[in-house]
Design a protein around this ligand. Structure first.
Ligand SMILES: [Zn+2]
Length: 65
């Protein structure tokens, strides 16, 4: 893994390590314990996005523990 960036438990977005709150959904449950970095550019054409129930382009973690 390239960095210690955090993933949001609630929306699975990847956020910067210094964030205390998810800038996307305002959740405070951020964790370093995640796996599977995915960049979703076209959610409407992406099976992964559909499975993850993601509707906006961005960086996501496949698994957040
Ligand atoms: Zn979030």
């Amino acid at each position: 893994m390239a960095s210690n960036r955090l993933a949001c438990h609630d929306c699975h977005r990847i956020v910067e390590p210094d964030e205390e709150m998810c800038p996307y959904c305002s959740s405070t449950s951020l964790t370093e314990d995640w796996a599977g970095y995915v960049v979703i550019t076209h959610p409407e054409e992406s099976e992964i996005a559909e499975k993850m129930e993601v509707s906006e382009p961005g960086e996501y973690a496949l698994k957040v523990r």
